[in-house]
Write a protein that binds this ligand. Structure first.
Ligand code: ATP
Ligand code: LTN
Length: 326
């Protein structure tokens, strides 16, 4: 049994990329591994969200995670801010990674460029992420492709810590799904599907109705060649549709491509397969919407389980680096 940790931010509405890249793996791993899943509300502060929106987003994301099949009795689901050890370990990590390392993070560069107010938190964010992971001594971290570089930093931070202070922290590994690790925007298939996309038509919200989903897939940008072929570089739109079908059916995108002569029928099948895939998710979500107290109870239980593990690691870290006992 391995130790797993992953996180999702409570910013905006979760989308199909979050589901295929992360949440689906989260649910699948909980039977075989000891899983810790954090809703990283402290990370969301880097965007300076409106307080009411943050509260709503946090509850909604928790509900979506539960609807995706994450079961609070078989894993630990918690809010990052409920376990103060994250902030303390975050500072330790900030002092253990370099300015140069953080400056090389491509996500920082991309996000900093796109906004006027660049918070210091946006810059140090990967150090807090490393803290999230290392506090739980995670062996594996199920994430989408966009998180690879942050995971490398967490690994480097663990290796450096261990060589300075002794072998205390587990060096984690990223686990990417076979299909769906990088779902692209339907309107701009060279960018990843994102909560912060310019056109909402390019992002499939997990709260979209089946009809809305089908409409967005039908309007997905393709190309004028009119040939169905899997070639992500030359045909990003069509290849993204094939990747989605592959993620939903488990078949290889190249093999799926051979079955279609036109874009219309491919789109129809993608929409149908995705709606079928999301059917159990939507059913559970509707149930949970009727019982918000289930979410509160899950998070209260998770907080206790998470704090026990995180606090134990933090005490050892404090001692190793030379802080006096409290
Ligand atoms: P934003 O889209 O605003 O940049 P985000 O959705 O990437 O935010 P999170 O909510 O923290 O940020 O992501 C949760 C998980 O979803 C992470 O493991 C991330 O790798 C994964 N993920 C995000 N976008 C995609 C995508 N387009 N394809 C596959 N996985 C994704
Ligand atoms: N950076 C991640 C969210 C995140 C995370 C983590 C993922 C914060 N802490 C720990 C895995 C493990 C994101 O933006 N998707």
């Amino acid at each position: 049994m391995g130790r797993i940790l992953s996180g999702i931010q409570p910013t905006g509405a979760p989308h199909l990329g979050n589901y295929l890249g992360a949440l689906r793996q989260w649910a699948a791993m909980q039977d075989e591994d000891d899983c810790f899943y954090a809703i990283v509300d402290l990370h969301a502060l880097i965007n300076v969200p409106d307080p009411d929106e943050l509260r709503t987003a946090t509850r909604n994301v928790a509900m979506v995670v539960l609807a995706a099949g994450v079961d609070p009795d078989r894993c630990t689901l918690f809010l990052q801010s409920h376990v103060p050890a994250h902030t303390e370990m975050g500072w330790v990590m900030e002092c253990g990674v370099s300015f140069g390392e953080l400056s090389r993070m491509t996500q920082f560069k991309a996000k900093a460029e796109a906004r006027e107010f660049v918070s210091a938190g946006l810059f140090t964010y990967p150090a807090l992420q490393a803290a999230d992971i290392l506090l739980y001594q995670a062996d594996r971290v199920p994430v989408g492709d966009d998180q690879r570089q942050h995971l490398e930093l967490a690994r480097d931070a663990a290796v450096r810590f261990n060589s300075r202070y002794g072998p205390l922290l587990t060096v984690p590994q990223a686990t990417l799904p076979k299909a769906g690790a990088r779902v692209m925007d339907l309107q701009d298939p060279t960018s990843k599907m994102s909560k912060s996309a310019i056109s909402p038509q390019g992002t499939i919200d997990l709260l979209d109705s089946p009809d809305e989903l089908a409409r967005k897939v039908k309007r997905a940008v393709t190309d004028t060649e009119g040939v169905v072929r899997y070639d992500p570089a030359a045909k990003p739109g069509v290849s993204n549709l094939l990747d989605l079908l592959s993620a939903a059916t488990g078949e290889a995108p190249e093999a799926l491509a051979d079955r279609y002569a036109q874009y219309g029928p491919l789109k129809a099948d993608v929409a149908e397969a995705l709606n079928e895939l999301l059917r159990p998710f939507r059913k559970r979500l509707a149930e949970l919407q009727g019982e918000p107290s289930a979410v509160t109870a899950a998070l209260a239980l998770g907080r206790q389980k998470a704090a026990a593990v995180a606090d134990a690691t933090l005490e050892r870290v404090r001692d190793a680096i030379g802080l006096l006992p409290r």
